[in-house]
Design a protein around this ligand. Sequence first.
Ligand SMILES: C[S@@+](CC[C@H](N)C(=O)[O-])C[C@H]1O[C@@H](n2cnc3c(N)ncnc32)[C@H](O)[C@@H]1O
Length: 250
Amino acid sequence: MSLKEQPLSGIDVLDRPVTAAEKAGYVRQMFDDIAPRYDLLNSLLSAGIHYSWRTFATRCASLSVGGSVLDVCSGTGEWTALLRQVVGPDGFVAAVDFSLPMLQNGAVRFEKNGVGEVQGDAMRLPFTDNSFDAATVAFGIRNVAEIETAFAEMGRVVKPGGRVVCLEFSQPPAGLFRTAYDLHAKYIMPALGGAISGRRDAYTYLPASVERFASRTKLAEKMRTAGLTQVRWVDLTFGLVCVHVGEKPL
Ligand SMILES: C[S@@+](CC[C@H](N)C(=O)[O-])C[C@H]1O[C@@H](n2cnc3c(N)ncnc32)[C@H](O)[C@@H]1O
């Protein structure tokens, strides 16, 4: 039985254990469908806070003017505009995502920021080894069927000493903020997301997938298993999101 045919333990996007191939198919179709409304919902549901999360995560990539960076699971390229600002006009910014509609809905942004976008799978990045100073992924790794494989691929394409930066939702610790988040996730997200995108299940999948997702320590462990070193993480907004950083050994 190939890896793609084995049920993924603990991953039940369809409310049952699914294979890697089934998960990839479901996730891709979901993003294909919500692509035209993705940017709008992103800003509405996070009340615009995602810009400050991306700004912080960009600093974690430790890029310099003239540097090169690959944004994996780029979607419509929200992060690539910021990455371009840091590397400047002489730098190189590339984006990869397996959903063509997500890339197409970011076409204007990619063009404006001089980003080379390509359709491809995070688990088989279409780039040669040691090509970039850093590789980034925002709100994408949770959706990837084999997370260690994606981190290993990100490590493969960055240069020795280069960084892999992952910005992802996390479970806030129990408390007032967690209660408010749970209410938002249970009622507001599916109602607003469903009404605007036409796919309510995509916005019940979001909080459900966060709930099932690896803890901070487990995600760090996956980075190490993928061959990255100096792995560390920082919580933002009361632990609602977390930035993990790993380095490719010299
Ligand atoms: C929640 S969106 C995040 C988009 C963008 N990074 C952002 O911050 O707005 C997740 C993206 O991951 C992409 N994705 C999920 N699994 C993928 C995979 N295996 N390979 C490439 N892209 C993938 C989806 O198509 C989608 O565009």
